[in-house]
Design a protein around this ligand. Structure first.
Ligand code: MN
Length: 198
């Protein structure tokens, strides 16, 4: 998605809505993908529709040059472009048949967090601490794995685009099944996070 340009399109979900059950329920995946994710794409397209010069820019270029956009576009691109990017990474890394980290990544995780379990604990602590809506990312910054959180639809692109894992902690990502129990959603999400893409 990062290197795509206007008009942005909703990619096809590569698995059935209910394929992530029992960890993420089909109704949540359906609404999250076809409604929330799609609305960010539609609103980003609408925001830049009348600015043909911006149609040559990739999503990455839009998101990393927000301050050089026309002033009226900065908030819409930050929120909706960020929503497009964050959701594309989130769904890209979910799989009904997730693979564990391979040797090199496993070593990086052990080095940074002691163990895979240590990484999960640090990640979930950060994700549970997000106040309101946002995301938590495991990413590589200058060759070192770090965990950071962003509010709303802000992306981690200001620090890195090497994203290993991500949790959407907006309530729409878990409320239908988990209600107020974000921690349970975060415990279960590791059963469907695929490490083979990174
Ligand atoms: Mn979401």
């Amino acid at each position: 998605m990062l290197f795509e340009k206007y008009p942005f399109k909703l990619p096809e979900l590569p698995f059935a809505y209910n394929a992530l059950e029992p960890y993420i329920d089909g109704e949540t995946v359906h609404f999250h993908y076809d409604k929330h994710f799609k609305v960010y794409i539609d609103k980003l397209n609408a925001a830049i529709k009348d600015y043909p010069a911006l149609h040559n820019l990739t999503l990455y270029e839009l998101l990393t040059n927000i301050n050089s956009l026309p002033a009226s576009l900065r908030i819409p691109v930050r929120n909706n472009g960020g929503g497009v990017f964050n959701h594309s990474v989130y769904f890209d890394r979910l799989s009904p048949e997730p693979k564990p980290p391979k040797d090199m990544l496993k070593k990086e995780i052990d080095k940074a967090f002691g163990s895979f379990e240590g990484m999960k604990t640090a990640f979930n602590t950060a994700a549970n601490a997000v106040f309101g809506s946002g995301y938590t990312f495991l990413l590589r910054v200058d060759g070192i794995l770090k965990i950071i959180s962003t509010p709303n639809q802000d992306t981690p692109l200001f620090i890195s685009d090497e994203i290993i894992a991500v949790a959407d902690v907006w309530e729409h990502a878990y409320y239908l099944k988990y209600k107020n129990e974000r921690a349970k959603y975060l415990e279960n999400i590791w059963n469907v996070i695929d490490f083979s893409l990174v």
